[in-house]
Design a binder for this molecule. Sequence first.
Ligand SMILES: C[S@@+](CC[C@H](N)C(=O)[O-])C[C@H]1O[C@@H](n2cnc3c(N)ncnc32)[C@H](O)[C@@H]1O
Length: 448
Amino acid sequence: MPSPSRGPVWGQVHLSRRTYQAWAATVASLAKTPRSLLKPRSELSDLELTAAVIKEHRSDLVQLWETFTTERADVSRYLMDPKRESLVYLLGFHLSNQARAQGVMQRLAARTSLFTYLSQAQAPIHLIDLGCGTGALSLTAVEELKQLAPEAPLSVELVDKSQPFLEAATHGLKAWLGDEALTTRRQKLDEYFQREAAQGARDGLTWYQLGYVWNEIAHQAKTTQLLLKYLDAGLKKGKRLITLIEPATQDLARAAMELRDELVERGYRVLYPCPHQEACPMLERSRDWCYSEFAWERPPLSKVVDKILKVERHRLGASAYIFASPDLVEAMAALDPVAATRPQAVVVGRPLDPSDRRRQPTFEYLLCTPGGLVKEKPGEGPELLRGQTTEKPAPRKKSIDTAPGKVSTVRSASAESLPFIRPPVVKKVAPLSRPPSDKKKRKPKRGS
Ligand SMILES: C[S@@+](CC[C@H](N)C(=O)[O-])C[C@H]1O[C@@H](n2cnc3c(N)ncnc32)[C@H](O)[C@@H]1O
């Protein structure tokens, strides 16, 4: 869905030079020497070599992009050459996935005390990257954790059915971790879950990474059931975190929203992006869906890839969620009770104003709040993207927000938008119409 743009945005993602160079080093370690090189390979930097590799794989990049954007159902049959597939994924998708993961963490750090808790954690932290691909999610989490707590014991387990993907992820992670902290498992996920079930849940803090894999396994009933059982077991022992990132398209984002509801139903707490633990109200709106947007300051070679793909990924979309086990949420709340109870309003949509008939109509923010969905007119200051917050002065009754003609007051003052505090905007809220065919009953309210 195209987003109306109004200039600068708050909270742009900027990958570090180290991340960029580590990516090029992985490309250089995996790629064959491109035919078009004008100099001997040994005289080129990793970034120069990567530029030549990108050029050589132009058509593969386009093919993989089309597979992911228009033919996702066929994704498992892509290319048929696992080595080439992992290299092309690394070239075209790895950095943007790191940017998405970093964007989520930036927002999480502004909203919760998770990273304060993690920086003080005495116990080892174990990351499990399920369907790791090139390891974008675990790499981003490791980079973050290493900066927060350089001495904290940290280990990573990479699981993927594809050996070349495991090799790419291992290369990247070795820049941050010693051999003994890294385990790779070339295994199908259902086999992995069965193996883990036999071993029993592990103690300590475990952070599961699920990046763009749910849509690949969602049609495999056995694998998804085993995954849910595996995540359930994590609620019974040890503290748990889950990162879930999926495409932002309507069908896959809605599948992620359903998974979000399922995990909350099973006992997980959603830390990002939702401001409450109730059933997702966006699921009731059949033609709408929730996803996050991030502004990304692309590094030079990502711009080259975008040119080949004929896209501009300075705006990234993703269905992105972070979940935590209740014991972890309690531990975080003990550190910062204010952050734990701060009411939030999260941008979940930016519908165009239907009364504005100009060529570039103005838009409103559709906000998800603890009391329901509300609309707000944008005020002064930078544009807010989906997934960013404004802050509500106080929790309100559910009926206020969506009832026809009621008045809603929204004040922007969250940690994410703090420098741009503006006066309250008062607006009459139009009824949020629901198609008659979509009268799904809301689930009973869960404890927040
Ligand atoms: C689209 S990639 C995502 C990679 C990475 N998680 C990311 O976010 O960039 C999906 C990965 O999941 C792996 N995968 C898909 N189904 C799997 C299964 N049933 N068992 C193990 N790995 C699987 C694929 O080999 C691939 O590396």
